[in-house]
Structure formats: C-alpha cells, structure tokens
Design a protein around this ligand. Structure first.
Ligand code: PLP
Ligand code: COI
Length: 342
C-alpha cells in the first residue's frame, strides 16, 4: 500500500487525522471487541466522569519502520502496565495487557500509510487513551469506560530535535503533589503544567525542570520528560521521587548507560548538583533525548553546551537508543516488538 504524501523529515510533533482509530468499550463487566472507526471523533455524554472529575489516563508510544520494512513498537508491555497503574490510581477499569497490545497493533496496521519511512527521523506516535464515560453528578468512579487508540505521524517533540535547548529550574510551581498523581500518566498533571510551560516559553526557555514538593531542593522532572545528568566521573544520574512519572525511555537509557560501561544512579538529586554535571538532558518517548544547553537556577546559569552540539555521552546514548528502535543496532535486551503487518 502506498504511503501518504508527507514531508516526513519535517514533521512537527503534532496531531494529524489518520485513517482510523480503535475503540473498545467496557460495559456490563466486560470489554467489547475492538472496533475500527474512520472518523476522528467520539460520542460522549456531557456528564461523563472523564470530563468533570478527570477520570482519564493515557499513554504515548511509537512505531518505527526498519530498513527491511519491519515495523516495531518499543517495549509496549511497559506502556500496558503503566496504563494499568494509572487506572488503579483513578479507580478506573484496567485494560488487560493482551487487549492493549492487540489494540495498538491494530491501530498501527490500520494506519500503515502514515508510518514514516525508515531514515526520515520521524515515527508513528500512538496515543492510547482510557476515559470514564458514565454520566454522573456525584463524585465517584464511572462503571463504563472507553479505551481509544489513535495514531499520528510525528517528528521530534522539541522542534529543534537533538539540538541542545535552554531550560530553567521552576522554583515555585509544582506539577504534582506528594501522595497525588505525579507517578501516573493522567491528564490533570499536564493541565497543571500548562501555566508554567507558557511562562517559560515566553521567557525564551523550551521547558522547566520541577523541584520536589516538600523542600524545593531536589530535582523532579520536566513537564513532558524525565531529567538526567552526566557526572564528571562518567555516571548517568537521574532523580528518584514519588512525583515523577516512571519513564520507559529513562529505564532503557539506564540499561544502555550500563552497557556502555557508565555508572548509573537513580537517587535524590540536589538541585545544586546541576552545577557539577558535565551534560544534562531530558528523555521520553516524544522527547527521545533532548540535550540541555543551559539550565538557570536562582539567576545563575550552568552552561552545558558551548555550541549547538550535544555533549558526547548524550549523543552516544541517543544513537544507541534510536539505532535499536530503528532496527540498526542489535536489540540485545529484546525491547522491539514486531507488528505483523498482514
Ligand atoms: N515524564 C512525563 C511527565 C511524561 O509525560 C513522559 C512521557 O511519556 C515521560 C516522563 C517519559 O516517559 P516515557 O519515556 O515512558 O515516554
Ligand atoms: C510522551 O513522551 O509520549 C508523552 O506522552 C509526553 C507528552 C507530553 C507529549
């Protein structure tokens, strides 16, 4: 089947209507067969629990075309389990892992014309979405749910791609509370971050890095991605905190850093350590690795990149991760899940 005519290497990270999405309904205690739907709208009660009380969780993952035409997903079982953990936290119906994988594979197959060709740097972004659809007024969980999976071809989240970007530490505002929902992927966390991100953009920064909720002394993460720093003694260091979303990309980078002989530490990271790191970056499915050019804290700027070239360790990790995802490097951890296309 011929691909759609797009300028693949110039794609932004944005929504585009594709050929179809998948819909699964949970009603009367069971999940329906998935239905392929061509329009890109859903019909919903205006009293649905997702709209008023935020019973909503989502995932983000990518499908990659390899040189030989194989299409693979990166660690989809991890996304399936994380959606289950989000569902548990909001008292939503969990999506079984095999149903999740089936839905994502069917969505990829239904949108094969939109899978960016190998070598373009673009990929097919897949957005699984779980929402409570029971119409209600009292604050309580829905008993009916809709699991939707749609896809859109995308380029890098930060339009500069692998070019290092300016970030600042956010000293006051928080995206998630201790004991709240920071460790799961639910819409409210992103709504809470919009104000800060807008302000940061207006000030010329790509994004912010949040601090912990208790003391505002330890690094958390960014709005759409985890944070990592590289120490002088060749360690990959990433913050540990209960308000951080456990990133699948970060988990993979920790393994790859070990494979490359680097030390790996996941622990509380004091904000002042940013002045000791030799490289820093953000990582996530959408962001891949976004190297940090400079990071500002209390008016003091730490410069990681003198030019627009990312640091050598960030580049090495970026190349290794993306080469595995694109099928160019050996997938020795068995992370690629091949999608049967017929
Ligand atoms: N942190 C937040 C808040 C995110 O939204 C994302 C994106 O999914 C990540 C981190 C990165 O997670 P992953 O690597 O699983 O995409
Ligand atoms: C992802 O990286 O997949 C995400 O969901 C982040 C999102 C804010 C674009």
């Amino acid at each position: 089947m011929e691909k759609v005519n797009l300028d693949w290497s110039k794609l932004p990270f944005g929504y585009m209507k594709t050929d179809a999405h998948l819909e699964y309904y949970f009603k009367d205690g069971k999940w329906s067969e998935g239905k392929i739907v061509e329009k890109d709208t859903i019909e919903l009660s205006m009293a649905a629990s997702c709209l008023h009380y935020g019973q909503e969780a989502f995932e983000g993952m990518k499908a990659y075309e390899h040189k030989d035409g194989t299409v693979s997903l990166f660690r989809p079982d991890e996304n399936a389990r994380r959606l289950q953990s989000s569902a548990r936290k909001l008292l939503m119906q969990e999506v079984p892992e095999d149903l999740f994988i089936e839905a994502v594979e069917r969505t990829v197959r239904a949108n094969r014309r939109f899978i960016p060709p190998y070598g373009t740097g673009a990929s097919l972004y897949i957005r699984p979405l779980l929402i409570g659809i029971t119409g209600l007024l009292g604050v309580k969980p829905a008993d009916e749910y809709l699991f939707v999976v749609f896809a859109s071809p995308v380029g890098p989240y930060f339009k500069e791609g692998i070019k290092p970007l300016k970030f600042r530490i956010e000293e006051k505002m928080k995206r998630a509370a201790i004991g709240g929902t920071g460790d799961v992927k639910v819409g409210g966390n992103y709504a809470a971050s919009l104000r800060v991100t807008k302000k940061a953009h207006d000030e010329g920064y790509a994004e912010v890095i949040y601090l912990d909720n208790e003391k505002s002394e330890y690094l958390d993460e960014s709005g759409p991605a985890n944070f990592f720093g590289i120490s002088k003694d060749n360690k990959y260091i990433t913050p540990k905190s209960e308000t951080i979303l456990p990133s699948i990309t970060n988990k993979s980078l920790m393994t790859l850093a070990e494979d490359l002989g680097m030390g790996v530490e996941r622990r509380q990271v004091h904000v002042k350590e940013i002045f000791d790191f030799v490289e820093a970056g953000c990582c996530g499915t959408a962001a891949v690795i976004s190297p940090i050019k400079s990071l500002v804290y209390q008016g003091e700027k730490k410069l990681y990149c003198e030019t627009d070239e990312p640091g050598p360790k960030s580049m090495e990790l970026y190349h290794l991760l993306t080469s595995i995802q694109n099928g160019d490097a050996e997938d020795k951890h068995g992370w690629n899940h091949v999608v049967k296309m017929d």
